[in-house]
Design a protein around this ligand. Structure first.
Ligand SMILES: Nc1nc2c(c(=O)[nH]1)N[C@H]1C(S)=C(S)[C@@H](COP(=O)(O)OP(=O)(O)OC[C@H]3O[C@@H](n4cnc5c(N)ncnc54)[C@H](O)[C@@H]3O)O[C@H]1N2
Ligand code: MOO
Length: 810
């Protein structure tokens, strides 16, 4: 029997989206974007009036004041939607715009007339008519730009509006339309056919157990149909199928030929003589993917492929059927739908009442979650079983193996009220091959690959869609019509890899409830040329061997060339970092580990080599969007806007920071350091050279989010290589932020070699194991630890404490 975790991995990693189609933006809401959609131009495209009033020149208002009104001649007007008056005025011998000491009457939404640079609201102006004509008197000096929206105020040109794999919400669809986008490439919606099996079943709403005790209303189908429809899939209920073998076989054969992508049955998957669903699918030629699962309820299960059709058998008992749906089938369907986030968050919650069952085997329990209090109450069997299912808003999971959890102990609670925001369930160890990481079209026998070529070409409607681009890779701008490998790097599900080798040897991932602290941040500092990169790569290699997922951050103060072979970032990636973030003065990039066996992509012969995920100018928009986890992750980041402010690159400051910018700020030399008071940077005083530093405000969280987003798992550790430090490489640890007050766990000496690195890694591992790092908990909220801890830096690494690690720049 497979575990729930294995079952999830098998199902999810075998599935991928079903191909793309183009839909007009008016029908895009609710669909899943198949490519990134970026703004073709700024919105507004030209300065726009934001108040009903008078457009004029700010210079003319300079002398205005109470009792000293400035008088402007009214020479034109312009309403929203009209730009003709300029031409009319020009034809009439006027200036064609607002001249000195002139004003035009304007309405909110109008284009700012040429020549004008400010709008005086109606309330602040007085209209005067005399023999010489019409005038406007203004008694307030208003600066240029007041009540005028500059181009790009709503949307910046090139800004990502929707990311591949995102469900397009109604508001996002509105945004696309506002940006002038007409058509969107989306993943095709899976078609689901539901069949209920069982002679005892009667259609829901007809027949009652009260009048016919043997009758069972087909309640599963209506629950499943509503739940699946709410995911944006097409769903059809195919009615009730008798248990009689020939009738069952005929019904399943018809279902498989119905054009559905997925046929889901309920009932008949257990071991009784009339439980023939799995057998019948196999007889019809289906290939089995999964059978019974080691979990209760929900254990009786079947998943297979019959030609291009996915066939799933859920148990009949509603509490089991719906539990299996929530933990397996729902994520699976979302994956077929192309959605990048397919799993709801689970939290660690305190058990508020006794565990209702023995703890000897893996169990799911319907429950009610007290989100504010972090407590959870199992509802079985305190109520009727079905009543409990209906009254639940959480599913508890206990993996079995030993004693049942006791009241007060923490259990995993899948929040059934939260929307999907992650790619892998919290309650399983991160997958060795991250979810969504499989290459599209990669061969899985019998799976419906992405037509071998990925997304369909845009439809033959001839509608241009200049706003859309799969701009995932530098130099390789895969258009919507090509199977850009970049798309899968966005975490696009593919029909791809089998579950990777289990996470053997990997220490359990930090498992914490919400709010979840960020992973610990470690810096390798040292003077230029001191061997920092060598030290960082060595540490990463050691940590990776122990199964620690390291996100390496390389501060490239002078910019970087992403594709340069032998670059530091490549060394870090090759050492075994799951991702390498490059933070440069003008752009940032995140490289992700490429799954083994995926050879193309131009990164050289190493099949496990990294690929560039994306590069964006610092001001131009986020790396992958911060998942909704960002706010919860809290700790170091403010809200999106705040963080974005803190992260705006000074050179991009003319442009507004994007609403959910991920780009860390890399202040230019001498720039005041943006960010919150606790922000610091790895550059120590004396690093001189004006390299600036990395502003920590929020962006570590965002990089971590990006990893979660793209790899389906959070890194266990963030390792920053950068900053001058004292001299020779030092391994500096801090909490969520790198110094000012951090401790040095290891210091390497000139000529350090593998032995010294090993010792440094061991010192770091001890620090992590001591609870300062790796284990989660409340770490993220703690201040920096001051001073050294015992036992650090043994062996080849220097033990010398360094009580004052790099101090913050003023
Ligand atoms: N000897 C064993 N018997 C059973 C085992 C076992 O391990 N050994 N497993 C039990 C478990 S656990 C479950 S769960 C059920 C699953 O059985 P089936 O999937 O074969 O489902 P049915 O037998 O057809 O029905 C079970 C139950 O659910 C009712 N039902 C069925 N369909 C619907 C529907 N569409 N709407 C509402 N209710 C439905 C049905 O009337 C039965 O009462 O097997 C155990 N047996
Ligand atoms: O596990 Mo069955 O699925 O207990 O009700």
């Amino acid at each position: 029997m497979v575990s729930l975790e294995q079952a999830f991995a098998t199902l999810i990693q075998a599935a991928g989206p079903l191909g793309t189609e183009r839909v007009p933006v008016v029908r895009a809401a609710g669909r899943v974007a198949a490519v990134d959609v970026t703004a073709p131009g700024p919105v507004p495209a030209a300065p726009r009036v934001m108040m009903d009033g008078y457009a004029c020149r700010a210079a003319d208002l300079a002398g205005a004041g109470p009792g000293r009104p400035v008088r402007l001649r009214l020479t034109g007007r312009r309403w929203a939607g009209s730009a003709r008056e300029a031409a009319d005025a020009a034809a009439a011998g006027g200036t064609g715009g607002v001249g000195p000491r002139e004003a035009w009457q304007v309405s909110t939404g109008a284009l700012l007339p040429p020549g004008a640079d400010v709008v005086v609201p109606t309330e602040r102006a007085r209209r005067v008519r005399d023999a010489a004509g019409e005038w406007v008197e203004v008694a307030v000096p208003l600066p240029a730009g007041r009540h005028v929206a500059p181009p790009g105020e709503d949307v910046l040109a090139g800004q990502r509006l929707v990311a591949a794999g995102d469900r397009i919400t109604p508001r996002r669809a509105g945004l696309l339309a506002a940006a002038g986008i007409g058509w969107v490439t989306v993943w095709r919606r899976p078609r689901v056919l539901l069949l209920a099996t069982g002679d005892e079943l009667v259609p829901a709403g007809r027949g009652s157990p009260g009048t016919d005790p043997a009758a069972v209303p087909n309640s599963n189908a209506l629950t499943l149909a509503a739940a699946i429809a709410s995911l944006g899939l097409e769903v059809e209920t195919g009615g009730i199928v008798p248990d009689e073998p020939a009738a069952l076989a005929a019904a399943l054969r018809r279902a498989a030929a119905s054009g559905a992508d997925v046929v889901i049955t309920t009932g008949g998957v257990s071991v009784g003589p009339r439980d023939r669903v799995a057998r019948t699918w196999l007889d019809l030629g289906a290939r089995r993917l999964l059978g019974r699962i080691d979990v209760k309820p929900g254990g009786p299960f079947f998943a297979g492929r019959l030609g291009p059709v996915w066939v799933l058998g859920l148990p009949g008992s509603p509490a089991s059927c719906l539990a299996a749906f929530e933990v397996l089938v729902r994520p699976f369907l979302l994956r077929l739908a192309g959605q990048r986030t397919i799993v709801r968050p689970a939290v660690r919650a305190r058990l508020a009442a006794p565990w209702p069952k023995a703890g000897d085997r893996p169990r799911l329990v319907w429950a009610r979650l007290d989100r504010a209090g972090g407590a959870v109450e199992p509802l079985v069997p305190s109520m009727g079983r079905l009543e409990a299912v209906a009254g639940s808003d959480a599913l508890l999971y206990h993996p079995g193996r030993g004693a049942a959890p006791r009241p007060g102990e923490a259990v995993w609670a899948l929040d059934l009220e939260a929307s999907e925001d992650r790619a892998w369930p919290d309650w399983f160890a991160p997958p060795a091959v991250p979810a969504g990481w499989a290459r599209e079209g990669a061969a899985v026998p019998g799976s419906r690959a992405m037509g071998g070529g990925g997304p369909d070409r845009p439809g033959g409607d001839g509608e241009p869609d200049p706003g859309e681009a799969a701009r995932s890779q530098p130099g390789g701008t895969a258009g919507p019509g090509t199977a850009g490998p970049g798309e899968e790097r966005l975490g696009q599900p593919g029909a791809g890899a089998q579950p990777g080798p289990a996470d053997a040897g990997r220490p359990p991932a930090p498992r914490t409830g919400a709010p979840r602290p960020g992973p610990p941040v470690v810096a390798v500092t040292g003077r230029s040329g001191s061997g920092k990169t060598q030290a960082a790569a060595g540490l990463i290699a050691q940590l990776a061997r122990q199964g620690v997922r390291v996100l390496a951050v390389k501060h490239a103060a002078h910019g970087f060339d992403l594709d340069r072979r032998g670059s530091d970032s490549q060394r870090l990636a090759e050492a075994g970092a799951v991702a390498v973030a490059l933070i440069g003065p003008e752009e940032s990039a995140l490289r992700l580990l490429r799954p083994a066996g995926d050879a193309d992509g131009g990164w050289g012969p190493d099949p496990a080599g990294p690929v560039p995920a994306r590069v964006r100018p610092a001001g131009a928009g986020p790396l992958p969007p911060a998942s909704t986890g960002t706010a919860r992750d809290g700790g170091t980041a403010g809200g999106d806007g705040e963080a974005a402010e803190g992260m705006a690159h000074p050179r991009a400051s003319a442009a507004r920071p994007p609403a959910s910018g991920l780009n860390p700020a890399v202040p230019a030399p001498g720039c005041p350091h943006p960010g919150d008071a606790g922000a610091s940077q790895p550059d120590a005083p004396g690093s001189g050279a004006g390299t600036g530093g990395i502003a920590w405000t929020g962006w570590v969280d965002r990089l971590v989010d990006a990893c979660q987003h793209l790899l389906g798992a959070r890194p266990d550790l963030v390792l920053v290589e950068g900053g001058a430090g004292a001299g020779w490489p030092e391994v500096v640890v801090g909490e969520a932020k790198v110094p000012p007050r951090a401790e040095v766990v290891a210091r390497l000496r000139p000529g350090f070699g593998p032995r010294e690195l090993e010792a440094a890694a061991a010192a770091l591992a001890r620090w992590l194991a001591a609870g300062s790092g790796g284990g989660g908990g409340s770490r993220g909220a703690e201040p920096f630890r001051e001073g050294p801890r015992g036992g650090c830096g043994e062996g080849g690494a220097d033990r010398a404490p360094r009580p004052t690690a790099p101090a913050p720049k003023p």
